[in-house]
Design a protein around this ligand. Structure first.
Ligand code: GAL
Length: 676
């Protein structure tokens, strides 16, 4: 099997987390049989094996891992080998209690669960990296070794630590970032509330404070924690890169996960992998799709791998219903439809003991191939082998959503006009409208090259950091269409105001000035009257926020219907250079957002690849040879009728041909390629 830094397997990745140290070795042989039968070609091993690999500070046991690696190689199954640092052994906590993280109240976390380490702990890093070096030296030439899996889901449980080692490191981090205390004081605005620092040693972590801590400090602390975890990752990464320069290295991310600036992390990953556990209510299928797109965006559209999902049910929500028959398959194809080159699970065999014994797996507690779950796993594994043509193809998108972790952190700090303005919720609304129109969406950073897109949305872009104003202006100047929304363009990268009328850095491109804003109380609504938008014209309700907008060249598309600002603009459009910029100064009901987006898409001649009823999701992947593959996924409980564009089409999954139209069963999927 050829494996390069870009990770190549002969088929799409298929497999899961494999924890054979929980089972007697006789079971391993049956695991191999069942894996092969289901088309498994790669498994993640060693993720929680530190204690099994290193029983004491100077004692190692690699014999079982040797046998496991050999067994995988004999069976033609590749290993995504983990560095085992995700859960330190008990002896580390005994010898180095300071390696355990500390919460904001100063209490130390206990050993006995997992992820109980401070990322800045010298002992954790020393022992962890020593083990990583031994693993890399031992298995570097092993035929089963396909790629490295560093640690596991960084910041899943512990994203902040307030220990003494972190305090010292925070000061070093700040010194590197700002050079002098004068600069730091200016960036943090410490003339407020007598917060000025005269010595570096006076600076602490924003732990327990009587009321709001300094926002600049809070924001930098979030950056610092993301960087500290990344630095712990890089400590292992450098060892692996040195010993196995050709092998791909990554860690599994968690989708729209707030603590880590994942665009920054992605620079140090050869392939993006992530774990998807969509909420059974509200998250499906839109939010899952959005996160796939976000993860694909981290490396500029390069295909990603779904490292974990569950076959049937998780064990960590209040109630954990089963995925209905066909749903696991449908969501797996949603992954591929959004640029996934692999579909994997947590985990292979359902545990007998421990905190995850009720978490679903590919092989359930029946222990054999006769369960419903295994049969679905087998069907999917064999089907995926027919999709080699998709490997490394790219998702088509002419629309981008700007996404920024620093913006997320700053927007949701305390002491804001409204605590109800949540970044993901704002982004989701606009993503949902695009999703319902079935157009492809990329996620990009605010300073990304936008020239390849016709439409760029930047919802709630509260922070406009240096360079972003010019980037957005030149995009619109050159003919692009931009849409942004209330509470955008408010602060700089240190959460200090951009003065001169909101949204100061975006005023020119938007042709407006917001003099005041009026956050609404829970349950409070206003209305907007829309005129001049064709089909979207009419009255809609709005909530959460109202901007008091003055036009400075823009035209009003909708105005508020009540309160003292009744009749003033709520939604605007501005011709700027060769392009256009839209501003939405409230949270309108979803029907308006969908209509507005529909209207903009129609103006730009952006449309779905075929005609499908509501609830059918469509995406397109394009291969390097120009071949296009149209995915249609029916999320409805009933069959749906699709109208195809001209020509005859083959479904890659069933091999059937279609012309004109086709009926897609409930939970059904087709991947259509045009014939000839
Ligand atoms: C993930 C984690 C896995 C497993 C899984 C259960 O967060 O990486 O190890 O715990 O959740 O859903």
């Amino acid at each position: 099997m050829a494996i390069s830094k870009n990770v190549k397997l002969p088929h799409l990745f298929y497999g899961g987390d494999y924890n054979p140290e929980q089972w007697p070795e006789e079971v391993w042989k049956d695991d191999m049989r069942l894996m092969k039968k289901a088309g498994v070609n790669i498994v993640s091993i060693g993720i929680f094996s530190w204690a099994a690999l290193q029983p004491g500070p100077d004692k190692y046991d690699f014999a079982w891992m040797d046998r496991l690696m050999d067994l995988l190689a004999e069976n033609g199954i590749m290993a995504d080998l983990a560095t085992a640092t995700a859960s330190p052994p008990a002896w580390l906590a005994r010898l180095h209690p300071e390696s355990l993280p500390v919460d904001e109240n100063g209490a130390r976390y206990a050993q006995g669960s997992r992820q109980h380490y401070c990322p800045n702990s010298k002992a954790f890093r020393l022992y962890g990296q020593r083990l990583v070096r031994m693993l890399a030296e031992r298995y570097k030439d092993h035929p089963a070794l396909a790629m490295w899996h560093i640690n596991n889901e960084y910041a899943c449980h512990i994203s902040r630590c307030f220990c003494d080692e972190c305090t010292l490191e925070f000061r070093n981090w700040l010194q590197k970032r700002y050079g002098t205390l004068d600069e730091l004081n200016a960036r943090w605005g410490t003339n407020f509330w007598s917060q000025k620092y005269y010595e570096w040693e006076e600076i602490g972590l924003p732990g327990k404070t009587p009321t709001y801590a300094n926002p600049g400090q809070q924001l930098d602390y979030m950056r610092f924690m993301s960087d500290s975890l990344l630095d712990a990752y890089l400590g292992e990464y450098r060892i692996l890169r040195e010993i196995t320069p050709e092998l791909p290295i990554m860690t599994n991310l968690m989708g729209a996960h707030k603590p880590l600036d994942q665009f920054e992390w992605a620079k140090h990953m050869d392939v993006i992998t992530w774990d998807s556990y969509p909420e059974p209510t509200g998250g499906i299928p839109v939010f899952a799709a959005m996160q796939h797109d976000l993860m694909r965006g981290l490396k500029g559209g390069q295909p990603f791998i779904l490292m974990e999902q569950v076959t049937s049910q998780v064990n960590w929500r209040q109630q954990n219903p089963l995925k209905r028959p066909g749903v696991m398959r449908l969501w797996s194809y949603q992954t591929v439809a959004h640029g996934g080159d692999g579909v994997m699970f947590f985990q292979w065999r359902q545990s007998k003991a421990g905190a995850e014994k009720f978490h679903g797996a590919m092989v359930t507690h029946t222990g054999d191939e006769n369960s419903r779950v295994y049969r679905e796993v087998e069907q999917l594994g064999l089907e995926l082998q027919r999709l080699d043509a998709l490997i490394e193809s790219r998702v088509e998108a002419q629309v981008a959503i700007v996404f920024d972790w620093h913006n997320w952190w700053a927007l949701e700090l305390d002491s804001k006009p409204s605590r109800d303005v949540l970044y993901l919720e704002q982004v989701k609304q606009y993503y949902k409208a695009l999703f319902e129109h079935n157009v492809g969406v990329d996620f990009v950073q605010p300073d990304a090259d936008l020239s390849g897109y016709k439409l760029v949305l930047a919802p709630a872009l509260y922070m406009v950091a240096p360079g972003v104003q010019a980037n957005l202006e030149s995009f619109v100047q050159g003919g692009g269409t931009l849409l942004t929304t209330f509470f955008s363009g408010i602060v700089d990268e240190n959460d200090r105001l951009h003065l001169g009328g909101y949204p100061a850095p975006l005023r020119k491109v938007l042709g407006i000035c917001v003099e005041e804003f009026d956050p609404m109380l829970p349950g409070q609504t206003n209305g907007i009257a829309v005129e001049g938008l064709g089909e979207a014209d009419g009255q809609y309700s709005c909530s959460l926020w109202a901007d008091l907008i003055k036009l400075e060249g823009a035209r009003s598309l909708a105005s508020f219907t009540s309160d003292f600002f009744a009749g003033s603009p709520a939604v605007t459009e501005h011709a700027f250079g060769k392009g256009r910029a839209y501003y939405v100064g409230t949270q309108a009901e979803a029907a308006f957002t969908k209509s507005l987006i529909g209207r903009i898409l129609a103006d730009l001649e952006l449309q779905a690849p075929l005609q499908a009823p509501e609830g059918v999701e469509l995406t397109v992947r394009r291969a390097a040879d120009g071949e296009r593959y149209v995915f249609a996924l029916n999320h409805n409980a009933a069959a749906a009728q699709l109208t195809l564009p001209e020509g005859a089409y083959t479904d890659l999954l069933s091999g059937s041909s279609f012309n004109g139209s086709l009926e897609l069963a409930a939970n059904g999927v087709v991947i259509l390629q045009r014939q000839g």
